[in-house]
Write a protein that binds this ligand. Sequence first.
Ligand code: C2O
Ligand code: CU
Ligand code: CU
Length: 448
Amino acid sequence: MRVSRRILLQNLIKAGAVATATITLPEYAAFSATSLIEPKRIRSSKGILNVTLEAKPTMLPFEGGKRWALTYNGTFPGPTLVAKPGDVINVTLKNSTNEMTNLHTHGPHVSPSGNSDNPFIMVAPGKSFKYQYQIPKNQEPGTFWYHPHHHESVAKQVSAGLVGAIIIEGESDKLLSKFSDRTLLFADPRIGTTSSVMDTNMMDQMHGRIGDYILINGQMSPAINASKGISERWRLVNASPSLFLNLSVESSTFTVIGTDGGRTKPYEVNKLQITPGQRYEVLVNSSKSGSLRIYDGRNIIGYLNTGINKTVTPVLPAVPALKATKVRTLAIEQGGSGMMSGMRFTFNGETFDPNKVNQKVALNTVEEWVITNTSHMVHPFHIHAWAFQIVDRGDGKPDPGWKDTVAIPVGSKVRIRINFADFGGKTVYHCHILDHEDIGMMGIVEVK
Ligand code: C2O
Ligand code: CU
Ligand code: CU
């Protein structure tokens, strides 16, 4: 019998055993009956990718029964969109839900204006909207994703299942063609048969909602069957609204070849912390053969059926370091007044105001943002449209590669350099614990 993480957490809270949102829960999965299924890939051809994404309520098959979800085109995750630098992606978003929604492309360097990645567009129930994304020629190849961004319902809609991956293929993919290319999208939805499964309370919003099980591509502890003699290459997407995934594979290491915003000079790690919103691309090296457990912390969330496997590390260049011309500070605080005292998180004391520009930035400059956190929780900071580099992740050390999401540990000072290049526009930065974003932990940046 598998015990849900959420039920366990509720019992721990009742027993007074939980003081913060960071907890380790016991193992709940112990076998695997199914092979990993990957979302269908839709590719661009002759420079154009045309796709309709219909957001709709769907009963998804789950563990011999059914569960309620919101999906794009009836599957969870939605289709993976595959394009190349220089391509145009045309998405018709059709809203067949009974609430307001919209679409955000998380990560690619595309304009936040007009009908591009504009988070201020709203699509009413029964309506459609045509988005157009011009992928720039200088786009780093890598793994990105899409999800709704309608303020106050982001956590709910993402948790309900409105997520999918975007792959941009470039020159460096040719070097990687000898590896098996898999997309693994992690999510922890709440399991139930009606939409009421999405109901939350103030506790959920403060801690970030926790789901019942950690699923890979919507499956409970699936098995990944490695092809013989080929290393596994995984594109990892953390699409959970609030889960900090601590990923490892038994008797294996990861060679990291890509981060949020593109490829990086390879480096090896035993495990990876992936915050909500982040991506990594890894090669998997296994020193044992057989059915190896895939873990989040101590929880088994899947299996890798493989032989002994030492990856031949591809030669990929280091990302050239950015130099900043301006420093800006952003303080994450916990506060509020009256009833809300202590119950919300702010940037520089402010919560989201759709009519206020919080940061004005000059186009084609690099800024260093110094982000401090005096609240009691780790927050994953995220900014749209322009990628950054982490020069100090809070412990004095840099983190390699292009990023768009970074954990700001409690009591730390993190320094990032953001490349506000190529196009201006107005968009948002926010906490990627999506419940925090929905209660106002978001600001507007205008670049011109
Ligand atoms: Cu993944 Cu503003 O979001
Ligand atoms: Cu985003
Ligand atoms: Cu937060």
